[in-house]
Design a protein around this ligand. Structure first.
Ligand SMILES: Nc1ncnc2c1ncn2[C@@H]1O[C@H](COP(=O)(O)OP(=O)(O)OP(=O)(O)O)[C@@H](O)[C@H]1O
Ligand SMILES: Nc1ccn([C@@H]2O[C@H](COP(=O)(O)O)[C@@H](O)[C@H]2O)c(=O)n1
Ligand SMILES: [Mg+2]
Length: 204
């Protein structure tokens, strides 16, 4: 159970060194799929911002309707909502290594996360995939997601290009982006991902 008092304290308690890797890529690029494999091989905890927001909707939280409406439009939920969920999940975990999937989605997400948590990501894993392949994957995903339809998918593609790519550029200028070709089959993508994570694990 979360300790509510932790929610009002900025940063993280104690001197625990937290390792964060942001996992970004277009809708359907395989972020969730690759994160599941990274968890198995490298003992990270996977936090999907989208999954946390969807859990808020199903929990009947007071933000649920607002989140649902914005998601159906492919819009980015205000950062204070998403960061509170991420931060609580991190504080509740005994792990010190986190994959944050689908976040930061825009500059506002990025700046707010840095201000509130004081955490800089170790690096950003960028799953690069052409739009025609993303479209095929989303429209055949069949996981019952309300935003996996042609109209919302196009809005999500636009948000990715207009708002998320600039975040990837921001980290690229800092030398923090590790880009992989995510159009390849799952296991081939993971071979490239493993090469990126191996030195990080050897270091800690
Ligand atoms: N390399 C791949 N080749 C073919 N299909 C893939 C690959 N990676 C993932 N998929 C499939 O594509 C769909 C989308 O994958 P996934 O849910 O992991 O993407 P995502 O980036 O998390 O998407 P979203 O941003 O919408 O949450 C799933 O059905 C998954 O099985
Ligand atoms: N940082 C984020 C992440 C997600 N959202 C909203 O959730 C939708 C689904 O996200 P996935 O990563 O699971 O594809 C996304 O389209 C946004 O509406 C968000 O607002 N902020
Ligand atoms: Mg996902």
């Amino acid at each position: 159970m979360a300790d509510a008092s932790k929610d009002i304290v900025d940063g993280f308690p104690g001197d625990k060194k937290i390792i964060v890797v942001f996992v970004l890529g277009g809708p359907g690029s395989g972020k969730g799929t690759q994160c599941a494999k990274i968890v198995q091989h490298f003992n990270f905890t996977h936090l999907s911002a989208g999954d946390l927001l969807r859990a808020e909707i199903t929990s009947g939280s007071r933000n649920g309707v607002m989140i649902q409406n914005m998601m159906n439009e492919g819009k980015i939920i205000p950062p204070e909502v998403t960061i509170k969920l991420l931060r609580r999940a991190m504080l509740d975990s005994a792990n010190d290594k986190f994959l944050i999937d689908g976040f930061p989605r825009d500059e506002e997400n990025r700046a707010a996360f840095e201000n509130i948590t004081k955490i800089e990501p170790e690096f950003v894993l960028y799953l690069d995939c052409p739009e025609d392949e993303l479209e095929r994957r989303i429209l055949s995903r069949n996981q019952g997601r309300a935003d996996d339809n042609t109209e919302t998918m196009r809005k999500r593609f636009r948000v990715f290009k207009e708002s998320t790519l600039p975040v990837i550029m921001h980290y690229d200028l800092k030398g923090k982006v590790r880009k992989v070709d995510a159009a390849k089959p799952v296991d081939e993508v993971f071979e490239d991902v493993k090469v990126i994570f191996a030195p990080l694990i050897a270091k800690v």
